[in-house]
Design a protein around this ligand. Sequence first.
Ligand code: CTP
Ligand code: CA
Length: 225
Amino acid sequence: ALAVVRPRDLLGRRVLVTAGGTREPLDPVRFIGNRSSGRQGVAIAAAAAARGAEVVLVAAHLEIPAPQGVTVREVGTARELRETVLAEGATADVVVMAAAVADYRPETVADAKIKKEAQGEELVLRLVRNPDILSELTATPGRDGRTVIGFAAETEPDRDALLALGRAKAARKGVDLLVVNRVGWTEGFATESNAIVVVSKGGDIVTEASGSKRQVADAILDLLP
Ligand code: CTP
Ligand code: CA
């Protein structure tokens, strides 16, 4: 796809974007995390700012620098991300949840470094569910006409099965649009390019895009009413 320069069609709109991956601490020096680099979310924030939007980027452990011209709110855990998203989401016209949020966190966080001496040959971790931020956000009223966009990173190789997962997830989360992309050991995370299918709340395919993460970002923002 050619890089097409978009007009400043988001002038005056407040766009909240989450990017990166949350980390759930086990002790002062260790965490459970994921491989999200934040590149797709950062590309969306940069594209929205270039199109004139007032952008707040909720950044969870980005591997790349945040773009110029956006307000950055750094968060660490899923629960910190929740606080920021629910606070900022109340006044946003558009919310894009590109961050990879930990589904579970360690039930307890040790005050001091976990020592082998005390554990022996096995260490069993008990994890508890984190809140579903996106479902909470769509269940609370926001600005009139707010558009909420979720992401679904799936490892499903079959296209039809992938779309079925996406459709079910869009309905379950109550989002206006769900961006479905395939991830794996080599796909999706930490790469410079991406390929996506966007489904509506009703399950229709509204667009497909592939190319650089910036091109994919603009294709997603093109869907805003
Ligand atoms: N998400 C969220 N809060 C969570 C988990 C996910 O807000 N606790 C958001 C993600 O940012 C993403 C969307 O929900 O925009 C879908 O995330 P995904 O991990 O694909 O879906 P889950 O509902 O967590 O289902 P599963 O991981 O079991 O497929
Ligand atoms: Ca998940």
